[in-house]
Design a protein around this ligand. Structure first.
Ligand code: ZN
Length: 365
């Protein structure tokens, strides 16, 4: 392997060794320090944002200019947090053949290492304004990382987040809405009082109707609704429940409207109170955007085949970047098993990935 590839592999392994789960803020600080050390001589802006537990969540922004531009031509983004692992062996990176195994190998420390190395090599010689944002809270929503930077004015013409996409362009994401349903009735005696006084039955009915309207995911691109929790404080089998709550997890496509979906669910039974928890928006970037077309050309040049588009059923930091930027996509190397014990990234693909990103950066000037 050429030197650049081993440099990326070494950095990826160094990052994987740190157990930077989002709740381990000390480890998160450590991975950011590793990135800082790898990016000497670059302007850095340090951010911190207080999370819902009252803790300060750090994130970094590097750029190839003296001052942060009003809008970057290109912003690269990686999250360096990983999901929790019961087995600490997952934090020992292992190379077998073409595969680098370890927690975060695919999602997304190897891609992060590639973005850091390419930024280091190429960004400084370019006229175009290039940024690199590194965060540590994507796995818990990205509110204190990517969203915090967006709220502090960080934006770009094009944003590329190195999330795993098997070298395809992830140009749309489903949004997430969490709903709590609450019912209150007079309750009663199971021998005398009917279904209209049964709060639990009201909740079960709304959950069932909502799931019929928006069935659970089946791999097709549509909005889905999954009932997840149903509860009542009633503990007696001869009592008609007078209170009940239920939860729904809704994953909606950008082609549907979130408020309309909520209206549809509210109209099932007007007696039920509905509250909505903080979710994440859906996202669609037009693949015809010149910056995305240029990325597609860079991919085809290296892989030899037209780049595919990917519609992703989960969220990513891209949904936050897309609020203020023109175009935002996920683009990462091939791999498999993210969030499992078998997680790996393909090293051959990682090399192609860094070449594509490098060519793309060079094409911007
Ligand atoms: Zn990820």
């Amino acid at each position: 392997m050429p030197d650049r590839s081993s440099e990326i592999l070494n950095l990826a392994q160094e990052l994987i060794e740190v157990p930077s789960t989002s709740d381990n803020l000390q480890a998160c600080q450590m991975v950011l320090e590793i990135a800082k050390n790898a990016l000497t001589g670059t302007n850095i802006e340090e951010f911190s944002s207080i999370n819902s537990n009252g803790q300060s969540v750090p994130s970094l922004l590097f750029y190839n200019t003296d001052e942060r531009p009003d809008r970057f031509k290109l912003l690269l983004n990686a999250h360096l947090d990983v999901v929790a692992a019961d087995d600490s062996k997952l934090f020992i990176p292992m190379v077998r053949g073409d595969k680098l195994y370890g927690r975060g190998a695919q999602d997304m420390k190897a891609a992060a290492a590639a973005l850091i190395c390419v930024f280091n090599d190429v960004a400084h010689g370019l006229d175009s304004t290039i940024g690199l944002s590194l965060t540590v809270d994507e796995e818990v929503g990205g509110y204190n990382g990517a969203l915090h930077q967006v709220e502090n004015g960080v934006k770009a013409e094009v944003v590329i987040a190195g999330e795993p996409t098997d070298l395809e362009i992830g140009n749309q994401h489903k949004g997430l809405i969490g709903i709590t349903l609450s019912a209150k009735t007079a309750g009663g005696h199971t021998a005398y009082d009917g279904d209209s006084s049964n709060a639990l039955l009201q909740i079960i009915n709304v959950q069932l109707q909502a799931a019929r309207k928006y069935p659970g995911p089946d791999g097709t691109w549509r909005t889905s609704c999954t009932p997840t929790i149903t509860q009542t404080s009633n503990r007696a089998n001869n009592v008609v429940p007078s209170d009940a709550t239920g939860r729904l997890s809704i994953r909606y496509i950008p082609q549907d409207n979130a408020d309309e979906i909520i209206d549809n669910i509210s109209s099932i039974d007007p007696r039920i109170a509905i509250s909505r928890s903080r979710g994440s928006p859906s996202h669609y970037t037009n693949p015809g955007h010149p910056g995305i077309q240029k990325l597609a050309e860079s991919i085809q040049l290296v892989t030899g085949s037209p780049s595919g588009l990917r519609a992703l059923p989960h969220s990513s930091d891209v949904v936050h970047w897309a609020i203020k930027s023109d175009a935002a996509v996920d683009f990462g190397p091939e791999g498999a098993g993210m969030h499992t014990t078998k997680e790996y990234v393909s090293l051959n693909s990682l090399e192609k990935y860094s070449t594509i990103i490098r060519n793309y950066l060079l094409s911007l000037s």
